[in-house]
Design a protein around this ligand. Structure first.
Ligand code: SF4
Length: 373
């Protein structure tokens, strides 16, 4: 990733070529003012070999290496902190442009057969979902496409995925836009980032390995399928319109009826591999966890290809909710399954480092307790 006027070294005043160019071969060539075959070479060094200095681009003439090196840097963003959970989950605090307020968290969750990177799309969030720690952090700004892709580049570096080789099984195999922010309120940059992540001449991730999670920005949901061809997760959390409005204020703008109609449209446009919608459902004691709630949920989604992901609430400092107990979560899950809907209970990951679902917040006071790597 080519970056920036204030690079990770904190001293650089080199031009932010990456911030200006879209991250494909043609735009890199134009932005660097080099012939297209050089743009192709540079693009390959960056995205398939993970090279971060022009001097390491062995097939560029020395004079060009030096010229580029004087003008530009390759900067993924600065890792301020990286914490490793006892379960192998890693949370990274990443800062951009040397702006102390411009930092987000990304989380890498390794599993037996895949490794999922949870990326952020905004710094803070404007939506204030009541159960979400990020919702207590005001929106600062949208992330740019390079800043979003940079989270992947950092995680892929840490997971030793570079240089990429043919038929390699990458450690960072999947990406979910489930970190800080509402991705559909930053649709333009999220779309550009998805295009870079799926560009076959570079990172080349299969679109169905990417999932965009939304709190319910209904008008944009069909475009996740028709324009980006990636998967959809919906933070649902209640099938009762009033309860949902109470815990997720966005429901007052896009109520359940409108949300479900957009989900049906998504399914019509989606490729077979990305068609199944994941409905996220955080289990809040006494709020949304009765048998009646489970039946209401099934009635709402039964005609869609779905998976229900039940998430025991992950407490954070100052939160007002308690998680439903494990017997209640299990009964809720079994009830949903008994009516023919795929459902599972998410195993909490990284909760010892506040990296679990709904816990991300990039203020520095949230990152102290676990070992810093
Ligand atoms: S759940 Fe998502 S949309 Fe809601 S406050 Fe948290 S980050 Fe924002």
């Amino acid at each position: 990733m080519i970056s920036s006027s204030s690079g990770s070294d904190g001293l650089s005043r080199k031009a932010n070529i990456f911030g200006k160019a879209r991250q494909n071969i043609v735009d890199i060539a134009e932005a660097l003012n080099v012939p297209s075959y050089r743009g192709k070479q540079i693009h390959e060094w960056i995205y398939t070999k993970g090279v971060t200095t022009f001097q390491d681009m062995a097939n560029l003439p020395r004079s060009l290496q030096q010229d580029l090196d004087q003008k530009y840097i390759i900067d993924y963003g600065r890792v301020l902190d990286s914490q490793l959970s006892v379960d192998g989950t890693r949370k990274m605090l990443i800062q951009y442009s040397n702006d102390p307020k411009a930092s987000v968290e990304a989380v890498f969750i390794p599993e037996d057969h895949r490794g999922t990177l949870c990326v952020s799309s905004q710094i803070g969030c404007s939506l204030s979902c009541r159960f979400c720690h990020t919702g207590t952090q005001a929106l600062y700004r949208n992330l740019t496409a390079p800043e979003i892709v940079g989270q992947y580049m950092i995680a892929a570096w840490m997971a030793k995925d570079f240089p990429k080789t043919l038929n390699q099984r990458p450690n960072v195999s999947n990406i979910v836009f489930m970190g800080q922010g509402e991705p559909l309120y930053n649709f333009r940059n999220v779309s550009a980032a998805v295009r870079t992540l799926t560009d076959k001449s570079g990172i080349g991730m299969a679109p169905w390995r990417i999932t965009i999670s939304t709190s319910g920005v209904a008008p944009l949901i069909p475009r996740i399928a028709s324009e980006l061809n990636v998967g959809l997760a919906v933070s649902l959390h209640s099938a009762d319109n009033d309860v949902r409005s109470e815990i997720m204020p966005i429901n007052k703008t896009y109520p359940l009826s409108q949300l479900m109609s957009s989900c049906r449209e998504f399914v019509k446009c989606a490729s077979p591999q990305s068609q199944r919608i994941t409905f996220e459902y955080v289990m809040l004691d006494g709020v949304n966890d009765t048998d009646a709630d489970a039946n209401r949920l099934v009635d709402l989604i039964r005609n869609l290809p779905t998976h229900v992901n039940l998430i025991p609430f992950n407490p954070w400092p100052g939160s007002n909710y308690r998680s439903s107990d494990s017997a209640r979560v299990l009964k809720f899950c079994n009830l949903v399954r008994s009516r023919g809907i795929h459902a599972s209970v998410r195993t909490p990951r990284g909760d010892d480092i506040l990296a679990a679902c709904g816990q991300l917040k990039s203020s520095h006071d949230t990152k102290k307790s676990a070992a810093t790597i």
